[in-house]
Design a protein around this ligand. Structure first.
Ligand code: AMP
Length: 284
């Protein structure tokens, strides 16, 4: 695996690969890698000649300073995992390399309603930060294929919109990979490393609640099911930001099962200090 810290050097190297007509796959991450991230690397390796992974803990997407300060950094293990997975390139830039003009917002991305609901509502500014970094990374790497995880479903929608906004829709194809889970159903996440024993024991309640919603589609009304789901989570001590049952194309709340055939349930909740998110399609 080749490691680049400078965008310019990476671009020169990638241009040479493009001259040889090699296809580039890109997996942007914030590090503290787990098998969920590696599944994205594997998906890229299947169809691209070269797979590039980036690790960059993006300061502009953290609406909570403590969350940024405590974000796990495990770079040595990350490199070992990427080498084992056969990743070709790791881009490991500094903050200055990504934001040479500083962290002030230079551009506003018009994300419409996507930014006002769910994660957008609970994490003001988060998606503008995501767009800032992904815009910059895409312009450096210019991949043919971009790999994202369904775990961050709304983020997948935001990045799809971003790619349209910055005129890369024809150039960059997005693949959304399914969520990798621990044996007990907990969605793999870098933040899971911060859970203590007790919190970790409680954490699968999110997956169990999503499964409960899925098993009651068409049996209980969406609004009553949302209420029951919140109760289930609160019973084990979670502080719930939202439980939503929505159309997966728009993330609009559904009030009746006939409102949408492609429904999704989404949850964000605090296991003490640690905010966990997860989602599940309610159709097969
Ligand atoms: P992050 O490092 O959290 O920014 O995640 C980098 C990418 O990995 C994003 O596209 C995530 O959606 C994806 N990802 C995170 N967790 C998982 C998981 N459990 N399964 C599959 N993909 C994931």
């Amino acid at each position: 695996m080749i490691l680049f810290k400078k965008a310019g050097a990476l671009q020169i190297w990638l241009d040479k690969q493009r001259e040889k007509s090699l296809k580039l796959g890109f997996v942007p991450t914030m590090g503290a890698l787990h098998n969920g991230h590696i599944s994205l690397i594997n998906a890229s390796k299947k169809v691209n000649h070269i797979t590039v992974c980036s690790i960059f803990v993006n300061p502009t997407q953290f609406n909570n300073a403590a969350d940024f300060d405590k974000y796990p950094i495990t770079i040595k293990q990350d490199i070992l995992q990427l080498e084992k997975a056969g990743c070709d390139v790791l881009f490991l830039p500094s903050v200055e390399e990504i934001y040479p003009n500083g962290l002030t917002i230079e551009k506003k991305y018009d994300l419409g309603n996507l930014e006002k609901i769910l994660e957008g509502a609970f994490r003001p500014g988060h998606y503008q930060g995501v767009c800032m970094v992904v815009d910059r990374l895409l312009n450096i790497v210019m991949p043919d294929n971009l790999y994202l995880g369904q775990k961050d479903f709304q983020q997948c929608m935001v990045i799809t919109k971003l790619i349209e906004l910055i005129g890369l829709k024809e150039k960059v194809a997005i693949t959304i990979c399914s969520t990798l889970r621990e044996k007990d159903g907990l969605a793999m996440s870098s933040r899971n490393m911060r859970l203590n024993e007790n919190e970790r024991r409680n954490a699968p309640a999110i997956f169990q609640t999503l499964s409960f919603i899925k098993s009651n589609v068409d049996k209980i009304s969406p609004s009553f099911l949302r209420k029951q789901a919140v109760d289930m989570l609160e019973e084990v001590g979670f502080k719930v930001d939202y439980v939503e049952i929505a159309d997966s194309a728009t993330l609009k709340t559904i009030e009746d099962w006939t409102d949408s055939k492609k429904t999704i349930a989404l949850i964000a909740a605090y296991d003490n200090e640690i905010r966990l998110i997860d989602n599940m399609f309610l159709f097969d």
